[in-house]
Design a protein around this ligand. Sequence first.
Ligand code: TRP
Length: 370
Amino acid sequence: MKPSKPVILTGVRANNDIHIGNYFGAILPIVDMAKRRSSDFDINLFIPDLHSFTTPIDHSKLYDSILNNARIYTAAGLPLDNEAIHLYRQSRVPAHSELAWILDCFTGFGEMGRMTQFKDKSHKFLDEIDSKIHLPTSRQKAQDIVHTGISVGLFNYPVLMAADILLYGATYVPVGDDQTQHLEFTRDISERMNRKFGDLFIVPKPVAQQHQFFGNDQGLRIKDLMNPAKKMSKSDDSGKGVIFLGDEPEAAHKKIMSATTDSLGKVQYDRDNQPGISNLLEVLTLVRQDAGKDVSLEQTISEYAGMERYGDFKRIVADEVAEFLANFQARLAAVDDQAIESKLESSEHDMNIVANETLHRVQTAVGLRR
Ligand code: TRP
């Protein structure tokens, strides 16, 4: 089974604590894209479960969180009966790991060391260790933490990502800004292999063309409620600035009510001077759209322009966010797990065929097969 149409591919991350920033900024746009493009493209949405323990995790929760990811996409509207959309787990297509190993051997150590995400994550981890290790700590214990914390897997994570993409000859790969360097690497390694071994891989489009294709305004970026200068992120320590999809609606209501605002006392959209209020206007627009209302940010802004009592405005936002969560959680509870299992299995069957074909071609090129 060779894909006859060009391929759009993206990894949908496996973790349990997905927040509304992920939902509106990444999940919904992917679901919309899949629905819109599936007549002209094969859409490969895979769960990068092998990527999920490049940094330490609780392994007893991994299996559930993998399935939960598929359930969240389904609750967000991903149609499971669309044959052009493939939903699969990376770990169930062994060719990903096999190709990653081969590509590892053509990847420079320095090349990986320069990846900014690796540098950021490993430095952050080292800082964390510094703050956790109070002397005297045994040398052995310190070593265990350091060695299991910054793994070789974290280091060569981009190589596995390249394999994820190249196995299927994907041309378009929607990723966030933090992943564009990895996409550039995928282009580099595929061009390198093609020069050495002849035309082995389809090279994904350059980042600029990806942006053109997917549109530059990659969804709105929801900010942290406590600190609206930064993006909402699950690594926020207190959790007060972040609304998780699994939050109790009342708890989310409280978080909105205590969101940071400003002292100007006027509801208006001004990202620079009133980031908190502007963020709430965006959140309000998004939850209304999710409820099926046809409203734009501009309409929401003009509806509340000039309102002076922030408490009243926040209550409106908080009510609608709570309602959104209750609705979403009901949709999630209604997801048919059986349908997801059979979608995963049938996609995995098909994807093994496609991926193995590429893998065999590579194995032949490097001399492992005749
Ligand atoms: N690294 C991506 C992320 O952190 C997930 C991912 C893994 C991915 N492999 C991929 C995305 C291949 C696109 C294509 O979000």
